[in-house]
Design a protein around this ligand. Structure first.
Ligand code: SIN
Ligand code: FE2
Length: 214
């Protein structure tokens, strides 16, 4: 069987909005290489619950790799060159992740995407992420590439107003969601993760969000 025949039977991209595309299973081929690359990242910059500007602890635990890392503390949300916990630069963005993000962006219609920041989110069952916009980046012409691993989630794809009723988008292990262009500032979030144990990833969901922040 030739490759193009195989592709016909693979999961197809789904356009959810003008510039929002779901790529089912797109991260599965390089999955093991991806997990191998993530291990040293998480050793150098372990998951932690950051403080919100309001003084609470975030339910999602997070880490970063790339030149810039997204942080939250009493002063607000921003990108930093150094991990505030170690005082060291964030671990480098692994090549396998750069390649995957570039290919996913291209498959969604965004050429030449070179991220400099990868936020790594860790969800336990019950953890949710409330509706928000990603707006700490300098250049909103660059898309967001979001990779889902582990337990399934329901992604909330909202509109440009917080009050717009969000669409519920099921995300599975290996799915990649890309949004940009006129959809770049859509509100989005994640419903509480249902209890479960993923055969490869265990009792967790991990989300990798790649952005061009600087
Ligand atoms: C985020 O918006 O930062 C994460 C989204 C997700 O976990 O799917
Ligand atoms: Fe976000």
């Amino acid at each position: 069987m030739i490759q193009s025949d195989l592709d016909l039977f693979g999961p197809q991209p789904q356009r959810l909005a003008t510039h929002t595309v779901l790529l089912p299973g797109f991260a599965l081929p390089p999955l093991e290489a991806l997990l191998d690359a993530l291990r040293p990242v998480l050793r150098a910059a372990p998951f932690r619950h950051m403080q919100t500007p309001g003084g609470q602890h975030m339910a999602v635990a997070l880490s970063n790799c790339g030149t810039l890392g997204w942080v939250s503390d009493a002063q607000g949300y921003r990108y930093t060159l150094l991990d505030p916990q170690s005082g060291q630069p964030w671990p480098a963005l692994p090549q396998v992740l750069l390649d995957l993000a570039g290919k996913a962006a291209q498959a969604a219609g965004f050429d030449g995407f070179v991220p400099d920041a990868c936020l790594v989110n860790h969800y336990l069952p019950g953890t949710r992420l409330t509706l928000h916009q990603d707006r700490n980046e300098r250049d909103f012409s660059q898309p967001i590439v979001s990779i889902s691993l582990g337990l399934p989630a329901v992604f909330l794809l909202g509109g440009l107003q917080r009050s717009d009723r969000p669409r519920h988008v099921p995300l599975s292990h290996g799915d990649v969601l890309v949004w940009g262009g006129e959809d770049r500032l859509r509100f989005h979030g994640v419903l509480p993760i249902k209890p479960g144990v993923h055969p490869r990833m265990g009792e967790r969901r991990i989300n990798l969000t790649l952005r061009k922040a600087g």
